[in-house]
Ligand binder design. Structure first.
Ligand code: ZN
Ligand code: ZN
Length: 127
C-alpha cells in the first residue's frame, strides 16, 4: 500500500498547504479543514469520497493532541495528530465554528434526502 505525503491546495480556503515532516499532513493549518481522501489508514488515499472534513473535537493524551474530523459528505470520522505548526490557541474557536456549519450541512442533507434512502449511517454529532 502506498502512503502519500503531498502538498495540496485547501478545498476550503484555497491556500497552498506544504508537506509535513515525518507524518502525512491531511488538514489545512490555516482553516483546519481536512479532505476525506483516506480510507481506514492515514495516507492510504483509498476513498473516492473527497468531501470536506471539519474538526469536531480534540483530546489530549500522553502529551499528544488528537483532533477528530467529520466528513460532511458521508459522515466518516477520522482522528489526527496535530502538527507543530498547528496553532492550538484557535482550535476551540474553530471547532465551535465548524460544529455549527456541520450541523447545518447535516440538516440540509437530511432535508434533501427526505424520501430517498438514507446516506448518513446513523451518525450524529457529539456535543
Ligand atoms: Zn484551509
Ligand atoms: Zn466522506
Amino acid at each position: 500500500m502506498k502512503i502519500i505525503n503531498e502538498s495540496f491546495v485547501c478545498l476550503n480556503c484555497t491556500q497552498i498547504v506544504p508537506t509535513a515532516q515525518g507524518t502525512c499532513r491531511n488538514h489545512c493549518p490555516y482553516c483546519r479543514v481536512s479532505q476525506h481522501v483516506d480510507g481506514d489508514l492515514p495516507g492510504d488515499r483509498s476513498t473516492s469520497c473527497h468531501g470536506a472534513m471539519y474538526p469536531t473535537m480534540y483530546e489530549i493524551a500522553n502529551g499528544m493532541t488528537k483532533v477528530s474530523f467529520q466528513c460532511i459528505t458521508c459522515g466518516k470520522i477520522h482522528r489526527n495528530k496535530t502538527l507543530p505548526d498547528d496553532d492550538m490557541f484557535v482550535i476551540d474557536e474553530k471547532i465551535q465554528h465548524y460544529k455549527i456549519l456541520l450541523e447545518q450541512k447535516m440538516l440540509q442533507a437530511q432535508m434533501e434526502d427526505a424520501g430517498k434512502p438514507k446516506k448518513w449511517k446513523g451518525r450524529t454529532i457529539r456535543r
